[in-house]
Design a protein around this ligand. Structure first.
Ligand SMILES: Nc1ncnc2c1ncn2[C@@H]1O[C@H](COP(=O)(O)OP(=O)(O)OP(=O)(O)O)[C@@H](O)[C@H]1O
Length: 922
């Protein structure tokens, strides 16, 4: 069979998705908006989860979770993105929130993904995305992140890279910004292994960086926050270049060659150079009120350096996630009950040439996930058959509970032993592995390895993995020395100081307030996953099993053995049997009867669609997986028929007036076409209607309207006027506060593509009126909390309205791809006559802040005149920024907090390099 045809298949209701490693047309808009039933497809899983969450699939509304699993590179992250996209498509409520949610993935990918030997875009953290809904529309989202692989920041194995963000940042930022952050040529950085990329790759990284900046704007990050974050990343790179050498005394010093990097790091982290140096070359501890200074040897100093880098990166990542959660938190009353769809995309099972502590954590997470799958698919189901007396021949499956026990049993599991050893400062990794060997040598899931290195093997559900125990204790402790914490808490960069005042909760979340927690890493992984499992056990699960067709990451290449291995260890062969013979949907009678339809009509449905091979016990019904959808389809038909009758007879209760036999005729003939909402023709229609109705309401309404108008004008003058004004006057497309009707009148006889922008009459925001082919359209412009402008439904944020206009002169506005062509100028009431025009004067009087009133250069506000005089040299605190029209805003551009120190340090580094270059040349 051609490869493309069997990319997706179902095992009952479980989707098996094979990674095609190439573009396929299955994911285009036409497929996602298709109303016909999809064959096995990732969008169909999204649809099922969404409909089930709303209670449209034969059970009441219920929380759902979609569990995506498979080995590294099998396609989990891509599937997650497709699921999110499709769920957002299904709940299209014309709000900016959907776009914001879609932007979260590229953001997290940039900071949390990296190239590994198994996958060029491997997730180096796990995530559980919770989408929260009220009725059918999304109200918010929450991301839970698990176990970022921080060690990658300081070390990458052969064929691997650091996190994407470093490369994207270096490829995408302008030379000016590079200078501002203190970044040099990428090949200079030790943490990047002195390697960069080919021209093509660098171009792609640059594009990704621009995309990422837009994603941050869309989600709502402030400019200063972005600058602080980028400066910390630059600081991490500089830190990696600090090297040490011995002195005549016992103390170490920073090599002369890397002194500049020490200064740069201090500037970029916003800390004192001497304090940074001290925390690298010695440890300060206080015992019985006495401060004791312990000097580091070379290895300890390098470890201190690397641990600052790892912890700083980890905290920045944690901060991004909490910031996203804060911005996407549901903005609804607390008493409104929200339903949820969770999507779990956790790093795949890993087995490399060398497997370290990180692989053990990842593989433990995969064991837990496999247990969750087994529990749902085999254990729960077969137990119910037994309890309810259903005739059933037990299907054996590979139970991984004993492997989980090997890890989790207290007090003698791998986790407990690791925690115990981590608590002894003198214990070594060898001691830990010796302990494991003596305790588990007879376990069928553990193998002793005879070697000088601390090696051991665990027989996982997915195969044997040999681990190198070197570094386990240190990584498990994951402690930040008090001196380092103190150093960063005192940083002048608030982001860094806040990040280090925060603590990490038992579930791995960044907590703003100080709380005393004393946990080790592997145990906290287990805790956070246990919390996650609890959430998932309480929801109704959908499974997507991703399969990797070959190890070369190539399209159209199938390695049968590799696929068979994955089917086997995932338990999919047994799953086929249980789905074929078993009953995956087992509602109790009460659940079944909860549908808003009377029992006899259900019976009708069942008989009408010839539901075969269902069964029942004294308390519940037992259905095959396909029965659920069949019933839902019939119910939908009945629902539509009911609407037809209600409309024609004016009856409120359909069940009072018809008999079962009438249903037959009705359901065959009923066909309703419900109007579809579009992202344009926005709220204003309703607002204007409301206003019209309001007129009948009398004076009170008129007063309220006038107050709103005044408030909006004040908002405009105080926060917007400076951003909109160009050369002392409003751009010709700006029309102040005119009504929808007035805007449409202005567009009569204008060419297609003509546009204007007006201020909302009753809300703080704008509307873009556009002359379309046969009608005018009105696009709402959202004002984001970070001051960016976005057309509702679009995925690009703009710093100013001018930028927005310029962008849409090149890129069409969705969904009709409408390009802005000609601005609709303000009408002159006295064309041809000299002197100020009344319309212009009115605009300026109403919308210009006092003291700025004419379009003549001479009358421009002094600050605007000064700025347009020429380019300004950017200095910390006093810099100005040019906008899309080459003009500057008087507002200060955010800069790194210690920009002057960074600049000096970079000069020093470059001077040293020049001198060395000359010396080398000599
Ligand atoms: N549906 C798809 N269509 C086209 N290409 C795909 C698809 N799914 C995956 N790929 C390709 O496979 C690569 C790996 O996929 P993905 O990153 O989703 O794997 P993963 O299972 O999440 O791996 P990891 O556990 O390492 O994060 C992608 O970068 C992409 O090139």
């Amino acid at each position: 069979m051609p490869f493309d045809l069997w990319k997706f298949t179902y095992i009952g209701d479980i989707l098996v998705a094979i990674n095609p490693f190439k573009y396929l047309p299955f994911y285009e808009k036409e497929v996602s908006t298709s109303t016909t039933k999809l064959p096995p497809h990732i969008f169909a899983v999204a649809d099922r989860a969404y409909q089930s969450m709303l209670g449209r699939l034969s059970t009441g509304p219920q929380n759902q979770c979609i569990v995506i699993s498979g080995e590294s590179g099998a396609g989990k992250t891509e599937s997650t993105k497709l699921l999110l996209r499709q769920i957002m498509e299904l709940c299209k409520a014309n709000s900016q929130l959907e776009q914001q949610i879609l932007q979260v993935n590229p953001l997290l990918e940039a900071f949390g993904n990296a190239q590994t030997v198994m996958n060029d875009n491997s997730s180096r953290f796990g995530k559980y995305i919770q989408l929260r809904f009220h009725n059918s529309s999304v109200k918010g989202a929450k991301i839970n992140e698990y176990l970022l692989e921080k060690s990658r920041v300081v070390h990458q194995d052969e064929g691997e890279r650091n996190f994407h963000i470093f490369y994207c940042m270096l490829a995408g930022i302008s030379p000016d910004d590079k200078e501002m952050y203190g970044l040099l040529d990428p090949t200079q950085y030790r943490y990047l292994n002195g390697r960069y990329g080919s021209e093509d790759t660098v171009r792609t990284w640059g594009e990704k960086y621009r995309y990422l900046c837009n994603a941050m704007d869309m989600v709502g990050f402030e400019e200063q926050e972005k600058v602080d974050m980028m400066t910390i990343l630059a600081g991490i790179l500089s830190l990696g270049n600090i090297m040490f050498e011995p002195t005549e005394t016992d103390a170490l010093k920073v090599t002369e060659k890397s002194m500049g990097w020490l200064k740069a790091t201090a500037g970029q982290f916003g800390v004192q150079e001497e304090e940074l140096l001290r925390s690298l070359i010695c440890t300060l501890s206080v015992t019985r009120g006495e401060a004791i200074r312990r000097l580091h040897n070379q290895q300890q100093a390098e470890d201190a350096r690397d641990s600052i880098a790892k912890v700083a990166y980890g905290r920045v990542f944690g901060w991004i996630v909490s910031k996203v959660n804060e911005l996407l938190a549901p903005n609804v009353d607390l008493d409104i009950e929200l339903n949820e769809i969770g999507i779990l995309d956790i790093f795949g099972f890993e087995n490399f040439a060398v497997n370290r502590f990180e692989q053990l954590c990842i593989n433990l997470a995969n064991e837990q996930l496999q247990y969750f799958f087994n529990h749902h698919i085999f254990l729960m189901e077969q137990n119910e058959y037994k309890q309810e007396g259903i005739e059933w021949e037990t299907i054996a499956f590979k139970d991984n509970k004993p492997i989980l026990d090997l890890f989790l049993t207290k007090p003698i599991g791998i986790l407990s032993l690791l925690d115990e050893q981590s608590a002894f400062p003198q214990a070594s990794d060898r001691d830990f592995v010796d302990k494991l060997n003596s305790k588990f040598k007879s376990s069928p899931h553990y193998e002793v390895v005879r070697s000088h290195s601390p090696l051991f093997t665990v027989v996982h559900y997915a195969g044997k993995v040999q681990y190198n125990g070197g570094g386990f204790l240190e990584k498990n402790r994951d402690t930040i020395p008090a001196s380092i914490r103190g150093l960063l808490i005192n940083s002048v960069t608030p982001l860094l100081s806040v990040l280090f005042s925060a603590t990490i909760s038992r579930t791995g979340t960044l907590m703003p307030r100080k709380a005393k927690v004393n946990h080790k890493i592997l145990m906290s992984v287990f805790h956070s996953l246990a919390v996650l499992m609890e959430k998932m056990f309480a929801a109704s699960p959908h499974f997507v099993r991703c399969i990797k067709p070959n190890g070369s990451k190539l399209p159209d290449l199938v390695d049968n053995k590799m696929i068979m291995d994955q089917l086997r260890y995932n338990g999919l062969l047994e799953t086929i049997r249980i789905r074929r013979d078993g009953f995956s949907w087992r509602p109790s009678f009460t659940e079944f009867a909860q549908r808003e339809i009377k029992g006899e009509y259900f019976i009708y449905c069942i008989s009408e669609i010839h539901l075969l091979s269902f069964s029942f016990s004294s308390s519940r019904l037992f259905f095959k997986y396909w029965h659920q959808e069949e019933l839902a389809r019939q119910l939908e038909r009945l629902g539509k028929a009911a609407l037809v009758i209600q409309k024609s007879k004016g009856h409120s209760d359909i069940w009072d007036i018809i008999s079962v036999s009438q249903w037959r005729l009705l359901t065959l003939s009923a066909s309703l076409c419900l109007p579809q909402a579009t992202p344009f023709d926005n709220l204003e229609v309703h607002m204007e209607l409301a206003e019209l109705i309001g007129q009948a309401g009398g004076e009170a309404r008129a007063k309220e309207k006038s107050i709103k108008r005044r408030n909006t004008i004040r908002w405009f003058k105080e926060t917007q006027a400076r951003k909109v004004v160009r050369n002392g006057a409003f751009p010709c497309w700006f029309h102040g506060m005119i009504s929808r009707r007035q805007a449409e009148d202005l567009m009569t006889d204008r060419p297609v593509g003509c546009f204007l922008i007006r201020v909302g009459q009753s809300r703080e925001g704008y509307t873009l009126t556009y002359r379309g082919e046969n009608r005018c359209r009105h696009y709402m412009i959202e004002m984001q909390s970070n001051g960016k402008y976005v057309i509702l439904g679009e995925d690009k944020a703009h710093a100013s309205l001018t930028d927005l206009v310029q962008h849409h002169c090149q890129v069409g506005i969705k969904p009709f791809n409408e390009l802005l062509t000609v601005p609709c100028g303000q009408v002159r009431t006295n064309p041809g006559m000299a002197g100020p025009d009344p319309v212009h004067l009115k605009l300026q009087r109403l919308f210009m802040p006092s003291g700025q009133s004419s379009s003549l250069e001479a009358q421009r506000p002094p600050v605007l005149r000064r700025i347009s005089d020429g380019r300004h040299h950017a200095e910390a605190g006093g810099a100005r920024v040019r906008d899309g029209e080459g003009e500057s805003h008087p507002k200060s551009r955010p800069f790194p907090r210690l920009y002057p120190s960074i600049r000096l340090a970079m000069r020093e580094i470059q001077q040293i390099q020049q001198v060395r270059g000359i010396e080398g040349g000599d």
